[in-house]
Design a binder for this molecule. Structure first.
Ligand SMILES: [Zn+2]
Ligand SMILES: [Zn+2]
Length: 139
């Protein structure tokens, strides 16, 4: 019973979403779990300028600025199939298992996922420690 994407939240300034495949940015994708924000140019399963690419899910896509080739595109993220939050495809924000799940939803329903996914998540759960302000050991 998740499948009714209605207007959630209180965002009243959302216009009707343009469905056309535009080549210029049509909006800014913002991950609701991390601070990622990037302009996207397409939402859907078949990015423009790609010959035979069909994405497994409706995704927020931007043209890859580093690929001169027209077919270059980047998937920024998509909507969690459970809570319909926008999440990026980063391993700390979501995973794709038949559909897109944000990590909080995965954690809530972890028993519904196969062991390999759980193990994968356990690996991810290890906090990425960055030696940000590590004092250089002087000898
Ligand atoms: Zn994110
Ligand atoms: Zn979710």
């Amino acid at each position: 019973m998740w499948g009714t994407p209605s207007k959630g939240g209180g965002d009243s300034r959302v216009n009707e979403m343009a469905r056309e495949a535009e080549h210029r940015p049509v909006g800014v994708f913002e991950c609701q779990l991390c601070a990622l924000a990037a302009p996207y140019s397409y939402v859907g399963q078949k990015p423009p300028d790609t010959q035979s690419v069909i994405l497994l899910e409706e995704s927020y896509v931007m043209k890859d600025p580093f690929t001169p080739d027209k077919a270059g595109f980047l998937i920024l993220g998509s909507r969690c199939s459970v809570c319909s939050r926008l999440v990026c495809v980063g391993p700390e924000c979501s995973l794709f298992y038949a559909r897109r799940f944000c990590l909080p939803c995965v954690q809530e329903n972890i028993q519904a996922f196969p062991r390999e996914i759980r193990q994968d998540l356990e690996k991810r759960a290890v906090p990425a420690r960055r030696p940000a302000s590590q004092p250089s050991s002087q000898t």
